[in-house]
Design a protein around this ligand. Structure first.
Ligand code: C2E
Ligand code: MG
Ligand code: MG
Length: 659
């Protein structure tokens, strides 16, 4: 990964993330319309109900009132007849009494009914007609009073004149009121009926509009939620590109159409991606993955596909006619990430396992084959590997290897080689690294063929202790034989950190062989420093308290940062061979990087050693940077026990450096 800062604004938001918001908006809109629609319908039904109630009451009351008015008129005329009868018999006391009693009953009835009527009356129009009727009736009752008064004064002619006028006036008034009442009632009932009909029309239209809108939005919402769930089912949440299920479905489609053989399946991962995560933080790491996925997607034609499997691993389906160009492109992918409020261009390098799709391949196998090819890149330390049928045999070998491993330990097929470490200032032997070899069927199997497999299977820990014990045993023998050993470092896998007894086990072996700790060093690869930080520090502290040195191996390839190293109380940092390879070949940036790393390590008060030194130019450069210790083929390859013993006895190397 290399990087340079550039001026740029914010990271472009992923389209996919934008799209994801749409169904939520539609859902909100649908809910809103439903709520408004339901409220509208509720209001309509409520007002319809109200209108219906008014209508019912009014009509009911109207009819009651009409009947009532009719009965008033009837009893009015009856009463009138009684009045005239009385007037004919002015001195007839019984007629007077009968009339008086009838008038009281009539008044009481009228009062009650008028009261009830007024309680039931709705609207001012009725009230006004009620007042007219009431005043007419009152007039009538006062007339009856007058009749009696006039009766007492025996002035029949005057009495009759007034009585008739008054009675007729009252009757005319009541009749007018009844007429008015009827007109008002009819008019109002008609109006209410008209209003109801209008309202019904309006509410029907509103109801239809609401139902249509709700249906449309429900369908849109449904369609969007289906598409959203497809997104969730087929999209990778972090990067927004497809996931493995989707690419496999698409591949199935191509297979059915007979087009799949036009493509190559690539299984790719980003080299040392953990460095990005560790040094720049997981947020920047996520951004880098998104931008990587976006950048690669932009290079794809419409028919080509990308999917993220997980972590920094992707599957690609690329047309065969484009494959060379695409592999070149994947070699270094420039992406931009923001950190420390600045945009930086970083170059991501990839490893690719490639599977040329042939007739008869099925989709699952294609992806597996590309995956298998990718796993070989690490073992063979190359960037791209094409899948070959024999890889399946090798995968099978993996099973055989695991099966044979146990008996190899038992039969001591694993032997320890020692690679010298040299003091660059006086070119003398100053240490060594113990490296395991497997003597299998009279051939040496190099560690890259079995260590990664054992590590992946979690079986390497046993071998590490086997090697460490062998180292202690060799040191013991040299000491016993009067040969002064040097400090020997042994490699321990990070898997040990999961074992709470790790330190105790190491110390138990050291004590058993009674080895002075100055002869011992433990190498842990840098990645372990991050994953199991607490366990790592605990182990380092325990070892250092016993005087055993700890070194961080392959520094620069994992994801330790210098700031992390500051927290780790280790003794030595081993700069990885990949940095040393770039010395003396005109790679100024790399040289400056090595220079600065050495400077910073020394500034942190740690020792530094560079491994993989193969040329005097490199040795000279490192000497200039005051890196005391170097290890590499320039001085020695890993040596078998006896050769190394000879080296212990003659520890000075020839020096071809131009001082
Ligand atoms: P490492 O610990 O980084 O060891 C250094 C590797 O670089 C060794 O490879 C060594 O032979 C090689 N090397 C050193 N100088 C040069 C050079 O100048 N040029 C080149 N081309 N290579 C150089 P080796 O012995 O094949 O070991 C490979 C890796 O296997 C080791 O890398 C270490 O990670 C692992 N390994 C070896 N022995 C053990 C062991 O006992 N336990 C564990 N866990 N891992 C081991
Ligand atoms: Mg090592
Ligand atoms: Mg190393």
């Amino acid at each position: 990964m290399s990087e340079k800062p550039v001026k740029r604004k914010k990271e472009k938001k992923n389209n996919y993330l934008k799209k994801k918001k749409l169904p939520i908006r539609v859902l909100t809109l649908t809910v809103l319309i439903s709520v408004v629609g339901l409220a509208g319908l509720f209001y309509l039904s409520f007002s319809m109900d109200k209108i219906a109630r008014i209508y019912n009451n009014t009509v009911k009351n109207d009819y009651t009132n009409l009947e009532y008015m009719d009965s008033i008129s009837q009893s009015f005329y009856r009463h009138q007849a009684l009045v005239y009868q009385y007037m004919d018999n002015f001195d007839n006391e019984s007629a007077k009494e009968e009339l008086e009693a009838a008038a009281k009953v009539f008044e009481a009835e009228i009062n009650d009914e008028v009261k009830e009527f007024s309680d039931n009356v709705i609207g001012t129009v009725y009230e006004s007609s009620y007042h007219t009727i009431y005043s007419g009736l009152n007039g009538y009752f006062s007339n009856v009073e007058y009749i009696f008064e006039f009766g007492n004064v025996n002035d029949y002619a005057t009495a009759e004149f007034y009585m008739q006028n008054m009675l007729h006036g009252s009757i005319a008034e009541v009749n007018d009121a009844v007429d008015l009442f009827n007109v008002l009632i009819k008019d109002d009932v008609n109006k209410i009926q008209q209003k109801m009909t209008n309202n019904l029309e309006v509410s029907r239209v509103i109801a239809i509009v609401i139902i249509v809108l709700l249906t449309i939005f429900t369908f849109i919402g449904l369609a969007w939620s289906v598409s959203a769930s497809r997104e969730i089912a087929f999209k990778d949440a972090l990067t927004g590109v497809n996931n493995i299920d989707k690419i496999q479905r698409d591949m199935e489609k191509y297979l059915k159409k007979g087009r799949l053989t036009d493509y190559t399946c690539i299984c790719t991962n980003i080299k040392d991606f953990t460095i990005v995560n560790q040094q720049l933080g997981s947020t920047v790491g996520d951004m880098a993955l998104r931008n990587f996925a976006n950048t690669v997607s932009q290079r794809l034609d419409k028919d080509e596909r990308i999917a993220r499997i997980g972590g920094d691993k992707f599957i690609l389906l690329i047309r065969n006619d484009k494959i060379d160009e695409f592999i070149n492109f994947l070699d270094k992918v420039s992406i931009t990430v923001d950190y420390h409020n600045e945009a930086h261009i970083i170059q991501l390098e990839t490893r690719c396992g490639l599977c040329k799709i042939k007739e008869g391949y099925d989709v699952g196998t294609i992806v597996d084959d590309a995956h298998l090819a990718l796993s070989q890149t690490k073992l063979k330390a190359v960037d791209n590997i094409w899948f070959e049928e024999n890889m399946l045999e090798q995968a099978y070998d993996r099973k055989t290897l695991l099966a044979e491993y146990q008996s190899a330990i038992k039969h001591k097929e694993f032997v320890v080689y020692y690679q010298p470490k040299v003091n660059v200032f006086d070119t003398t032997l100053c240490g060594a690294e113990a490296l395991v070899r497997w003597w299998k069927d009279d051939k040496i199997v190099p560690p890259f063929k079995f260590i990664p497999v054992l590590e992946e299977e979690g079986r390497v820990t046993e071998l590490d202790f086997y090697v460490f014990e062998q180292v202690c045993q060799d040191i013991r023998t040299w000491l016993d034989n009067g040969i002064k050993p040097v400090r020997i470092s042994s490699n321990f896998s990070k898997l040990h950190l999961r074992n709470p007894q790790f330190a105790e086990h190491v110390l138990e072996i050291v004590e058993r062989y009674n080895i002075d700790s100055e002869y011992l060093e433990i190498e842990l690869t840098e990645s372990s420093g991050y994953e199991d930080f607490d366990a790592f520090t605990e182990f380092v502290d325990k070892m250092r308290s016993k005087g055993i040195h700890i070194s961080i191996d392959d520094f620069g390839t994992g994801y330790s940062s210098l700031s992390l190293l500051k927290k780790l109380n280790v003794d030595v940092i081993k700069i990885d061979k990949s940095f040393i390879d770039g010395i003396g070949v005109g790679d100024e940036m790399n040289e400056s990087l090595v220079k600065n790393i050495i400077y910073m390590i020394k500034d942190l008060n740690r020792h530094v050693i560079c491994e993989g030194v193969e040329s005097w130019t490199q040795a000279e450069f490192l000497k200039k940077q005051k890196c005391h210790m170097i290890q590499g083929y320039l001085f020695d390859k890993p040596l078998p026990h006896d050769d190394f013993e000879a080296r212990l006895n003659s520890p000075v190397y020839e020096n071809k450096m131009n001082d």
